[in-house]
Design a protein around this ligand. Structure first.
Ligand code: F0G
Length: 462
């Protein structure tokens, strides 16, 4: 693709604080407002004329084999025109994730219909790839040679892969315990320097931010607004798959709160540009033990969010007590008349098994969406007929331990394991257990068992 074919607009950074709104050049390596410390947005001086027929252009690109068109992020490049050259783009064909009907999950949640957009089908198994490709493009633009993030595991896996592809040094800060093994395995395999901090995610995040100020590391957490530009494409692709029909509601799990912020910005920009007529209600679901945004909203939205000091959930991806992007998330919920809910550990575990019965695997954090919908329908906040999409954020294979422990009645909210469980408290009920069965290696003995299993079939298809 020739350089001049790449979309360009004046891009700049702007503080989100209404009383500040300071602006900075998009080529500056900053992560917060230098006047007031506020979060930054990437903003554009859109050239409206160029935006006509944009949706048709995006649709036409689905027939192209060019890597920038094949990418489920760069296909929508006119909507984040900050890269100054196509050579900055490092793509693994991210996005392109399926939108599936999930009838059993719908019934469980009390909805007439539910679709899931499975971001876990990304190249590294999570939605982080959508943002990492744009974050790395900005890193290339700035000439960064080393990129870093703090992570509960998925951002680090994604950063490790894209840094490897870009020929950059990847350095990841992960919490000492409680990172899902699949995620740790990825960052090791993709060659990132993997620093296990003796602390939790919030400690790792604080340190990573500090080190990005005092070393040449370029920070690729979602506090970096260029990451969020790519995650807007989750909204764009979802709409494209629905022939640009806007759903009533979109539900996401909330951790560091970057994703809901990106979706909010994406939909707001589409709306402001006149490309969609209305916005979906964004809905965030947090685990009860790590729910600072839900608590802030329940407390009347006054003052600042109060961090949760010891966040705790088996959905380790969202075990975050001090979410960096909470103000952007609050803004996204305001823009879209959204909602926020909490769910228990039991709710998450059961919802995950129900999603599994739809033939769709996901990691625990993702299942918070269906659990949250079930609660919100029961409370009358969500109407059963709402046209709803749940974003499943991570692949089932990220955290297989959780799944096996659930199905074998061994899932504990508090447990220490070495090669076997050494201490265990707070056993969760395995409501929808499907444990492996021990059988003799003998065809005669198995025959009756198989006939019994086949006789059970009608109840399974209910
Ligand atoms: N779901 C999964 C699977 C995640 O990995 C994360 C965040 C979230 C949901 C929450 O998204 O932070 O944008 O609100 N994982 C980050 C990480 C924190 O380090 O991988 P969020």
């Amino acid at each position: 693709m020739p350089d001049e074919a790449f979309p360009r607009a004046v891009a700049y950074l702007q503080c989100i604080e209404p009383t500040c709104r300071a602006t900075y050049d998009a080529g500056e390596r900053i992560y917060a407002c230098e006047q007031c410390g506020g979060l930054l947005d990437v903003q554009y001086e859109w050239r409206q004329a160029r935006l006509t027929d944009l949706l048709a252009t995006f649709d036409a690109r689905r027939a192209s084999f060019h890597p920038h068109d094949v990418s489920g992020v760069w296909r929508f490049r006119e909507l984040f025109p900050f890269a100054t050259s196509p050579s900055q783009v490092v793509t693994l064909g991210e996005g392109n994730t399926p939108l599936w009907d999930a009838p059993r999950s719908a019934r469980y949640a009390g909805l007439k219909r539910l679709a899931v957009k499975h971001q876990g089908m990304n190249p590294t198994g999570s939605f982080k790839d959508n943002g990492m490709t744009t974050g790395v493009a900005q890193a290339q633009r700035l000439g960064a040679r080393a990129v870093a993030c703090a992570s509960t595991g998925n951002t680090s896996a994604s950063l490790a892969a894209y840094a490897a592809r870009a020929g950059m040094r990847g350095i990841v800060f992960i919490p000492g315990g409680r990172i899902a093994y699949g995620k740790l395995a990825q960052s090791l395999d993709y060659g990132a320097a993997t620093l296990q901090i003796e602390g939790n995610f919030d400690d790792a995040m604080r340190l990573a931010r500090e080190l990005a100020r005092t070393t040449p590391l370029y920070l690729l957490n979602s506090v970096n607004p260029f990451r969020l530009e790519g995650q807007k494409a989750i909204a764009f692709e979802l709409l494209q798959q629905r022939r640009w029909r806007v759903p009533d509601r979109i539900v996401v799990p909330g951790g560091n709160l970057g994703n809901v912020s990106a979706l909010g910005k994406g939909f707001k920009e589409l709306h402001d540009l006149g490309l969609i007529a209305r916005m979906p209600r964004l809905t965030v679901v947090q685990a009860e033990g790590a729910a600072p945004l839900a608590q802030w909203r329940a407390g009347g939205r006054e003052g600042n969010l109060i961090p949760v000091k010891q966040p705790k959930t088996l959905a380790t991806a969202i075990q975050i007590g001090h979410p960096v992007s909470w103000l952007k998330a609050a803004r996204a919920l305001d823009w879209t008349d959204g909602a926020c809910a909490t769910v228990s550990e039991q709710d998450i575990a059961d919802a995950k098994a129900v999603i599994g019965r739809d033939g769709i695997g996901c990691e625990p954090a993702s299942a918070a969406t269906v659990a949250g919908l079930r609660r919100l329908v029961a409370e009358g906040v969500v109407h059963p007929e709402e046209d709803t999409v749940a974003i499943l954020t991570g692949n089932a294979l990220k955290d297989p331990d959780f799944t096996v422990q659930y199905h074998t009645g061994q899932l504990f909210t508090d447990a220490e394991r070495e090669t076997r469980v050494t201490r265990a408290e707070g056993r969760l009920a395995s409501t929808f257990a499907n444990a492996p069965r021990r059988v003799p290696a003998d065809a005669d003995a198995l025959r009756q068992a198989i006939l019994d299993l086949i006789a059970e079939l009608p109840s399974l298809t209910e």
